[in-house]
Design a protein around this ligand. Structure first.
Ligand code: TNX
Length: 540
């Protein structure tokens, strides 16, 4: 999406201000209705006071109210029906309403409709129109409707997220939201190698990410401590290389069927899975599984510590290229998405010449199997392939020479995913007192993770070279869903907003208020988030 022009920015802020005033009036109306006590318990949330902030908000008119008779009216398309069923799945337990999904038109319903001619909505944009008579979601395809549903959820009271019946009323403030994302890549990475996470744990995280319109799930599937994806041609990678994890626990791996289940689940949430096989470093689990992959011909032991940079595939050996061909072929065959991430970071045990030669061959192999490369930004020290994305994970203190190398690559057409470690590494401690996490990039409180502009972050990088943002969660210290949630929330919603919302909406003072309103919603979802003192969480 291109930036809004200054006038529409100004208009946008005026409208937001108007939204705040107007919806108070709407809330007062609701208090006069049949259920005054409940209405006070759930004031109508001002239109657009959600995360990520919408691009355009035009409040006005009376709210829409869900009733026991409400139907979810979908256009005749399997993708739209699936979004309708997803919406019903969110709303039914808490409202207790039947909410049938139907192609029949009727008064008062929630409408999910496709308008492919509305080009300005793009692939993921949508319009939400709320009035007394109907709640209409419009998009060019199911992905846009799915994002619209996340907006709708957040406009409803937080209790809508609960899985038992709650008192209403269930109202959405009147008006129109028209919304499109700033960036096409809004990612979250989960390191399932340092500690293994089950399919159900990954699904739980996917559901949480979907609420904030994240559209890429990057899975770090291999590292020194564990190989987590079955590869038929090299079976010991998973059965032996996946048999432990940091601290020596049992580890684990995904069979191809289990991995496909993750793909299916993510796809149903319009999220693309980006698999990462990290190489030539971070490969101890593979080297331990097959002696012949080592230059010495001797397999090292499995590794359960947390050091980095000590392992390397054997660049001069021919079998290394049989290995990567097989692995990339099988992983590419499993991957419906466009991208395959080949790591390339911290190859401290690989000489520069070997690194450059290896990355050339690995990138060619990815292309051979029809995928596009993503690599950590060290790839810019080799020769990034046409169309490759480089994922920047430096920090304020990264050397000017390294930043300049990345900027040069960006000027030459390599687009960047921004994951600055001292901003969006979800495994960094919030403060010195945070029980989990690392601190090599410093402490990253909530404001610090939100308060930067991807377009202006790296000197010399054209704004058009930014493909988006991604929040990695490395798991050296993270081993349960509770850990994931404590580290990701509430920083992840801020990264999601950086990726989605126009720069004109960026304002920490306003953001922290919208984020605070997510507190009860996260609680209703059972997310154990970090109660940052920087955020004015509602009392109680
Ligand atoms: C750096 S970021 C790494 C990972 C570690 C992480 C811990 C990157 C590409 N490499 O191997 O897990 O720091 O924060």
């Amino acid at each position: 999406m291109s930036q809004p022009r200054p006038f529409s920015r100004l208009l946008g802020s005026l409208l937001l201000a108007a939204a705040a005033t107007l919806s108070c009036a709407v809330a007062a109306d609701a208090d006069d209705a049949a259920e005054p006590a409940a209405a006070r318990a759930h004031p109508v949330r001002p239109l657009g006071q959600i995360v990520p902030a919408p691009a355009s908000v035009l409040p006005g008119g009376p709210p829409y109210t869900l009733t026991p008779q409400t139907t979810i009216q979908v256009d005749a398309s399997p993708g739209v029906r699936a979004v309708g069923e997803y919406l019903a799945g969110v709303l039914r337990p808490s409202t207790g309403y039947a909410l049938p999904v139907t192609e029949a038109r009727g008064p008062g319903g929630i409408r999910l409709r496709l308008r492919s001619a509305e080009r300005e909505l793009g692939d993921e944009g949508y319009r939400l129109q709320s009035s007394r008579d109907a709640l209409t979601l419009t998009a060019r395809g199911p992905a846009g409707l799915f994002r619209a549903v996340q907006t709708l959820r957040q406009q409803l009271p937080a209790a809508v997220e609960k899985d038992t019946r709650q008192p209403g009323p269930w109202q959405v403030a009147g008006g129109t939201i028209t919304d499109t994302p700033r960036y096409g890549h809004r990612g979250a990475m989960l390191d399932v190698s340092r500690h293994f996470f089950t399919v159900d744990q990954v699904k739980r995280y996917v559901d949480q990410l979907a609420l904030y319109k994240i559209n890429k799930l990057h899975l770090h599937l291999s590292d020194d401590q564990g190989w987590r994806i079955a590869v038929d041609s090299w079976p010991r990678l998973a059965t032996y290389g996946g048999s432990t994890q940091v601290g020596g626990g049992p580890g684990g791996y995904y069979t191809k069927a289990q991995y496909k289940e993750i793909l299916r689940y993510a796809a149903a949430r319009h999220m693309e899975v980006v698999p990462e096989i990290d190489m030539p470093g971070h490969t101890n689990a593979a080297l331990a599984s097959y002696a012949e992959l080592n230059c010495s011909g001797v397999a090292p032991p499995l590794y359960t510590g947390t050091s980095v940079g000590f392992s390397s595939l054997c660049v001069p050996k021919a079998i290394t290229y049989d290995f990567i061909d097989d692995v990339i072929r099988e992983v590419a065959a499993l991957t419906p998405g466009k991208y395959l991430h080949i790591g390339g970071d911290e190859a401290h045990s690989t000489s520069h010449e070997d690194y450059v030669a290896f990355m050339d061959r690995a990138q060619a192999t990815v292309a051979k199997y029809g995928k596009t490369v993503i690599g950590w930004h060290q790839l810019t020290g080799a020769t990034p392939a046409e169309g490759a994305l480089a994922q920047y994970w430096g920090l304020d203190g990264t050397s000017p020479a390294e930043k300049a190398q990345v900027a040069r690559a960006a000027q030459n057409g390599t687009r960047l995913i921004l994951s600055p470690a001292d901003r969006v590494y979800l495994d960094m401690k919030y403060t010195k007192d945070t029980p989990l996490g690392l601190a090599w990039a410093g402490y990253v409180e909530v404001q610090r993770s939100y308060d930067w502009d991807p377009a202006a972050y790296l000197p010399g990088v054209p704004a058009s070279a930014i493909a988006g943002v991604e929040a990695p969660l490395w798991s050296e210290t993270i081993s349960t869903s509770d850990h994931i949630e404590y580290m990701a929330f509430p920083r992840l919603p801020g990264v999601a907003e950086l990726g989605w919302s126009p720069a004109s909406t960026h304002d920490w003072e306003k953001y922290k208020v919208r984020l605070a309103a997510q507190g009860p919603r996260m609680e209703a979802l059972g997310i154990d988030y970090y109660r940052s003192p920087q955020v004015p969480w509602p009392a109680g």
